[in-house]
Design a protein around this ligand. Sequence first.
Ligand code: SAH
Ligand code: SF4
Ligand code: F3S
Length: 437
Amino acid sequence: MRTFGCQMNKHDSERIAGMLSGMGLEPVPDDADADVIVFNTCCVRENADERLYGQVASLKALKLQRPGTLVAVGGCIGQRDGAALVARIPHVDVVFGTHNIARLPALLAAAEQHRAPAVEVFPSSDGDFASDLPTLREHPWRAWVPITLGCDNFCTYCIVPHVRGRERSRPFESVVDEVERLRADGVSEVTLLGQNVNSYGRDLYGEPQFARLLGAVAGTGMPRIRFTTSHPKDLSDATIEAMASHPGVARYLHLPVQSGSDAVLARMNRHYTQESYLALVRRLYAAMPDLALSTDIIVGFPGETDADFEETMRVVEACRYDQAFTFIYSPRVGTPAASMDGAVPREIVQERFDRLVAAVQASAFEKNLPLVGTVQTVLVEGPSKRDDRVLAGRTMGNKMVHAACPDSTTPQALAGTMVDILIEDAQTWFLFGSVRG
Ligand code: SAH
Ligand code: SF4
Ligand code: F3S
């Protein structure tokens, strides 16, 4: 299985893995040994798209050698392209979409039996929560919990509403029940997922219920609760209050700004201004001075002028971001922005992008410095990549911490547990410390 894209896709992949293991399949590291190869795909930007088509196309030689290997493509590209995928890459056996992952076993069986491609994509308005599917979690101690599917915001650059459909909320009790079950199963961290979690419940209950949901999820005793993504236009004071008052809710917020320019924000259909965004950030820091804040920024949106970009730089300075995911605008067929005038020349975009990245790095480093000398509760993930005696884990603010593991135990044994670590050194993307007690 290869997974591209957002957490929603990672979660869908855990469901897919659960179904495949129910069919008696198990993961193998090498394509050459696989009976089934599944791609769970993303089309939010062009490079993810191209990489996927490249990787699937390159399986041609393997398919010639082992014709019995089934190649399945699902996720957002499957949803968008359907049968066109098989027309472009004939050695694809199965195409499925984002609304029918439960059908994958049947589609694989059909492709094998008829020795012909099986393509099935449901309209993006359909589909339900796949909460009754088996899940093979990547980590036993961490789980994704979808609370909404789809998106109603139609930001003008974005393909997601077109492939994931309208926003549908999952019933309140169903979310809380799942978190309770996960808690009983030993899970230490859940991430509530939705394209815009702040509008959770609007379709079901007439008004957003996210703050109440956060409180109920915290009430299960789940040690650590994260959520993503928050649209600035819908983040309520009740949600800020719920974050500030429940110690289990992470002091970390991902609040995509996309641009600092009011003109660009209006053309993006974002429904807020620089001023209202900055006011929101001020309220957040006032309620939680230790909040870690991250964002998404798009550079080179059609018609972005130098002055527009300077407004984005201004926001980055004012917000003291701990992290920012920066993207070069990528036109997506079928979205309104794709037919807007004012494409920004490549060199200018690159120049702006480089300046932005440097500003974000400086901001992330500055935000880490005051943590030196503090004790942070870290949820251990396992050994660090470079040294298996060093444990790696994350703080409430989502910062990666490395520390020498106590002699009495191993990083593997500590995975999924909370450890207090005295922070002794800070870099841009890492903290280093030693285990307390
Ligand atoms: N619903 C979430 C995630 C959307 S996709 C949200 O609203 O934040 C994640 C990020 O990809 C977006 O926040 C945006 O910054 C970026 N993105 C989406 N479409 C894009 C495009 N066409 N070009 C460049 N970046 C894009
Ligand atoms: Fe895309 Fe905007 Fe919806 Fe996020 S809120 S998924 S950026 S349309
Ligand atoms: Fe990509 Fe689909 Fe997520 S387009 S970002 S995988 S919703």
